[in-house]
Ligand binder design. Structure first.
Ligand code: CP3
Length: 346
């Protein structure tokens, strides 16, 4: 492979700083329950985790949306909570209740946590199978949750609206909380390196709960650990771009982009793309940021939102995406309409 003349696929080229019109596109949570072919496979195999740890099924699900819509990127079908699961917490996705991790770690001993490599081996197998199956014009994306977001689930044992329990712990016992964050950083660096060695061409770091932190806490628990991961990955894999997605960061996005060392930033739907364009370092690739509800609405609302985003980001490398994961009740026809719109030049 190393000797072949090699042209980057569009999504990867944009992550490395090129501008493309139309922009390359993928959608967060593009493999999932809005797709009948996903629901069929899930019903057959039993549960979400069964699918994640079955590399043939996971590879098939990863590719399903590309087959249907022609995305430029394949995002590994897995979940950010595979990391705490590998570190020994029980993990269930009960119907309608969101993920549960047991035992919750609020009073636990963080030093005990060690990842079981067998969990990650299955995920690497999926990455390798997808990379082998996709077209060279498509980009294989790996991912992990960022330490703060992972810690909120590990500490509380479940998701929450305001992450109060974890924020309280971080204030009350910062040294103990730092030990947990450091552990997650180390495991995540190895896990992402494994994904890259298996064939991932770019990485996204999901910090889904970055939005509830005060500025000082954001510096310490979002910017610092993400910078730590990026720095360590860059030593091992200098050519693999990293997209940081600090959801809800708002005005703190500029500091995040400047200080973490990420190659590109993902914008959630609450960020004005024109503001982001003015605030972010010139030439830095940006990903986003269609409101998932505009995709559900479809029609003119969708057309206007897409045009606005493309215009605002036309002066820099842009990857089109949603501002957050695609919702389960999104009509397939609206996703098709989005792809028709995106194939037209501005
Ligand atoms: O983007 C993709 O298609 C790749 C796969 C992927 C999943 N989860 C699959 C999934 C990715 C990248 C994630 C990330 C993830 N998981 C995040 C970060 C992004 C975000 O949404 O903020 C978070 C916070 C999680 C944790 C998680 N996983 C929750 C809260 C839930 C339950 C809510 C829900 O939407 O069901 C999950 C389950 C989950 N992860 C499903 C899928 C396809 C649904 C499982 C099913 O019931 O079939």
């Amino acid at each position: 492979m190393a000797e072949e003349t090699h042209i980057d696929p569009p999504l990867l080229a944009v992550l490395k700083g090129e501008r493309r019109d139309p922009p390359p596109v993928w959608l967060m949570r593009q493999a999932g329950r809005y797709l009948p072919e996903y629901r069929a496979l899930r019903a057959e195999k039993g549960g979400f985790l069964e699918l994640v740890y079955d590399s043939d099924a996971a590879a098939e699900i990863t590719i399903q949306p590309l087959r249907r819509f022609g995305m430029d990127g394949a995002i590994l079908f897995s979940d950010i909570l595979i990391v705490p699961h590998a570190m020994g917490q029980g993990l269930t996705f009960g119907p309608g209740e969101g993920p549960q991790l047991t035992p919750a770690l609020s009073d636990g001993d963080f030093s005990m946590l060690e990842p079981n490599p067998l969990h990650f081996a299955k995920i690497y197998e999926t990455v390798a199978k997808v990379r082998k199956a996709i077209d060279p014009k498509e980009t294989m994306l790996g991912f992990a949750g960022s330490p703060w977001t992972i810690a909120t689930y590990m500490v509380a044992g479940h998701g929450s609206k305001d992450q109060a329990e974890t924020r309280r712990l971080a204030y009350k016992d910062p040294a103990r909380f730092q030990a947990l964050i450091d552990k997650i950083v180390a495991v995540t660096v190895d896990y992402l390196s494994g994904q890259i060695e298996a064939g991932a061409q770019a990485i996204q770091l999901f910090d889904s709960w970055a939005g509830t932190l005060s500025p000082a806490q954001f510096e310490r628990w979002v910017i610092a650990p993400n910078a730590d991961i990026v720095g360590r990955l860059m030593v091992r894999h200098p050519d693999v771009p990293i997209i940081g997605f600090p959801k809800g960061a708002g005005a703190k996005l500029a500091a995040y982009a400047a200080e973490t060392g990420v190659d590109a930033v993902g914008l959630d739907e609450t960020v004005d793309p024109a503001w982001a364009d003015a605030m972010l370092p010139p030439g830095m690739p940006v990903q986003g940021n269609l409101d998932p509800l505009a995709l559900i609405a479809g029609g003119e609302a969708l057309e206007q939102a897409v045009t606005r985003i493309r215009h605002a980001l036309s002066g820099r490398p842009h990857i089109f995406n949603l501002g957050h994961g695609i919702l389960q009740d999104t009509p397939i026809a609206h996703v098709e309409h989005l792809f028709d719109l995106l194939r037209r030049p501005l």
